[in-house]
Design a protein around this ligand. Sequence first.
Ligand code: KG4
Length: 338
Amino acid sequence: MSVTILGIESSCDDTSAAVIRDGILLSNVIASQSVHEEYGGVVPELASRAHQQNIVPVVDTALRRAGIGKHDLSAIAFTRGPGLLGSLLVGTSFAKGMSLGLRVPIIDVNHLHGHVLSHFVRRQPDDEVPAYPFLCLLVSGGNSQLILVRNYNDMKVIGRTIDDAAGEAFDKCAKVMGLPYPGGPHIDRLALQGDPKKFRFAKPRIDGLDYSFSGLKTSFLYTLRDAARLNHDFIEENKADLAASLQATIIDILLDKLKKAVDMTGVTTVAIGGGVSANSGVRAAVADFCDKRGINAFIPERAFTTDNAAMVAIAGYYKYLDKQFCSYSETPYARVTV
Ligand code: KG4
């Protein structure tokens, strides 16, 4: 009998629902919230309210696009954390209510597991997926982690940021350049026209596999402040070069530890995930590194880099096969590692 999972994602500012049948994606609907743009960041209270408005039509659309009815569902998977509590509560409560109504089980999903497992979402039965064990570089607005993935339910964080995440470095530096939030995609776009060697910013010197981005952020701010004192139009005149140099430094920092982790673990497969893995420079650098080392690279479709319910549904699918269901008394959590 086929297994059909509805996935629900509401951890931050995207309301998403997806349907996966026997590991194959049937639909993936995402409603992004534009309400936060004018505040330069996500406002948790507004995010929760927007999820409340979006969740019913988003789930309804996902079922319709999948060509199924709600009674065809085997289980409902939802993101339990980490994320914004108010936002998570919307998805969690909706999943519980719908599961009670349909008499199907609920499955809780760790959002970070979802990002890692997004590589297992297949559109066609013969789509290639990573072989275990593999290394996943998970880079988003809130996380920068190197994860050794031995199985869908056996992941070990072997490197993590000790301060800012890579996405924060993009966003905070973009903010002082006057770019809209989130700044990562704007830096990516500008960097295409800039000289990555024009400016030099600080790189961390930390042993092991941990990351740090706060020194880079500080040196970026000092460069801007000192130069702007002499020339008011400095940022405007150097936008593309600043973006290209910033992006190149972030990529250097990310790749440096990724290479170390590959050497330490001896893995032959590397995957990337999270919002920053949408960055064209990051994607090219990882693909190039893997190519030179004869390593299999899994670079996600851009639709699966940011928050999406397809990754929640696939994580739920594997848990379903192992009968790992969740009780109705479970509540969301704001913080957790892999
Ligand atoms: O995984 P994600 O959607 O959620 C959070 O962790 O919040 O990641 C969002 C992050 C933001 O910091 C955003 O600037 C960054 O991903 N991002 C990018 C690009 N697209 C999104 N950073 C660099 N280049 C991009 N093209």
